[in-house]
Design a protein around this ligand. Structure first.
Ligand code: DQQ
Length: 475
């Protein structure tokens, strides 16, 4: 195995990723006997998509991970001969059980495997796989894969991601007494391929997650269209009698497919903890040359707010990574960049900014002293928009240079609260515990480690600015 260079300037230090090669979707998340198990789509043969296996890691604290042996490998001449694609894990009367998509030729069909030990190292694939032979015959289904399974009363329920030809993405609802025999019920929800507002949801929904958040249910799907992974969409609404009535639809992360295919689990404390796959923003060749591709997001805690929107915050456990705090006193922002004394590529930053009369507030990250390289996190108050602008992120023209963002409006009288995690090529931002935006950037210069702030169209005031250097999660 080609090991990535430990000094690779783009390789994250406190985000989870495998020792080498390709990773995509988080799978089979389960808090099992006091430890968090994270499985993931993995190609052990290189830093490119192919021959999907399930990689495996475990953590006691949600922060530091131990790599474990590959959990699922495709079995020749079987329903998963061409790949063990995405799926989930449940506790079935004390037996950890996986429901995943077995890929075989053009099809992906639901398969089951059960744990043979308490460390979830060895798995037995069910002899009766696939457990569903085909998509529902009464629908013209274009794609069919990925699973979320939950318990209601004496029965198991499952949604499978799919698309209905010329109609839109969907999550198909099934029911089972034993996870082996499944009865198709109806689509839990159907998207409209032709609707572009408030957000276009593509022709197929991958990786559905159906979360009971108490006050609301959330259906989170990854919108897909003709082979393109678009972004993660969150529908919140009401669920009763196996019917889901969405009230709001929005992107879950404004960084589009830099945050994709998320999966959540409920831990022993009752928290809904969610991870997503942070895709790369550089060429396939650059990924192969680096020997790794794909990063897992930080664990995000998801809850329903009283107004029905989601609250999303980084897991507080991450605070153990903090080194010394550097704090800045109050600061008036103007249109000239104010460069901070703090810098680095592995930082956590919390800023509270009173927008005052400013129409735009900008935070430049991974910034070179001459600003030739910089990535700008921008809140455009007039437009009601939050974005990451990577058009100047790197002098390396082969990396992505774009602006990704979406609607975000500060409630009247609220300060802008930015919680930012910088980890080499990864930027994860939580704004007012409400909106997330993820970026991937690959600065070419070693001195692109600066931070600067500016306000345009008027003045703004920084009331709090805390920066910590963050430690690596690997000992
Ligand atoms: N990736 C998996 C699929 C899923 C897609 C295969 C989303 O199960 O639909 O690698 O990234």
């Amino acid at each position: 195995m080609q090991r990535p260079d430990p000094a690779d300037p783009h390789r994250p230090r406190y985000h989870f990723l495998p020792l080498a090669n390709w990773m995509n979707d988080p799978n089979g998340l389960i808090h099992w006997q006091g430890r968090y198990h994270l499985f993931y789509q993995h190609n052990p043969n290189g830093a490119f998509w192919g021959t999907m296996h399930w990689g495996h890691a475990v953590s006691s604290d949600l922060v530091r991970w131990e790599h474990l042996p590959i959990a699922l490998t495709p079995t020749p001449a079987s329903p998963d001969a061409d790949g063990c694609w995405s799926g989930c894990a449940v506790d079935h009367d004390g037996v950890a059980t996986l429901i995943y998509s077995g890929a075989c030729g053009l099809y992906q069909l639901p398969c089951v495997a059960t744990a043979l030990d308490d460390d979830l190292i060895a798995w037995q694939k069910y002899a009766g796989n696939p457990v569903i032979a085909a998509p529902p015959a009464d629908l013209d289904i274009i794609e069919f894969r990925d699973h979320a399974v939950w318990r209601e009363g004496d029965l198991w329920y499952q949604v499978i991601g799919a698309g209905i030809r010329d109609v839109g993405g969907t999550a198909l609802l099934y029911r089972s007494p034993d996870l082996r025999t499944w009865e198709y019920l109806h689509p839990l929800c159907v998207g409209d391929l032709h609707a572009t507002e408030p957000v276009w949801t593509g022709s197929m929904w991958e990786c559905p997650q159906f979360l009971d958040l108490g006050a609301r249910h959330a259906l989170i799907v990854s919108a897909w269209h003709e082979g393109r992974t678009l972004y993660t969409v969150c529908l919140t609404g009401d669920y009763r009698d196996q019917r889901f009535q969405p009230e709001s639809v929005r992107k879950f992360d404004l960084g589009d497919n830099y945050f994709y295919a998320p999966q959540a689990c409920v831990d022993a404390g009752g928290r809904t903890v969610l991870w997503g796959w942070l895709q790369e923003g550089r060429s396939d060749q650059a990924q192969r040359d680096a020997g790794w591709s794909g990063v897992m997001s930080l664990p995000r805690i998801v809850a329903a707010r009283p107004d029905g929107l989601l609250q999303v915050t980084p897991a507080p456990e991450l605070e153990v990574l903090r080194g010394q705090l550097q704090r800045l006193a109050e600061l008036e922002l103007t249109s000239a960049w104010h460069t901070l004394p703090m810098q680095g590529a592995s930082l956590e930053l919390i800023a509270e900014i009173v927008p005052g009369t400013a129409s735009r507030i900008e935070l430049a990250l991974r910034c070179s002293p001459d600003h030739a390289e910089q990535t700008v996190l921008r809140y455009d108050r007039e437009r009601g928009w939050l974005e990451i602008d990577s058009t100047q992120a790197s002098l390396d023209a082969t990396t992505e240079h774009d602006r990704r963002g979406g609607p975000f409006t500060l409630p009247e009288g609220e300060s802008l609260r930015l919680h930012v995690f910088l980890d080499h090529s990864v930027i994860e931002v939580f704004a007012n515990e409400q909106v997330c935006i993820t970026g991937r950037v690959y600065p070419s210069r070693a001195d692109s480690v600066g931070i600067a702030l500016a306000a345009h169209g008027g003045g703004a005031q920084v009331n709090r600015l805390d920066v910590w250097e963050l430690r690596s999660i690997w000992l």
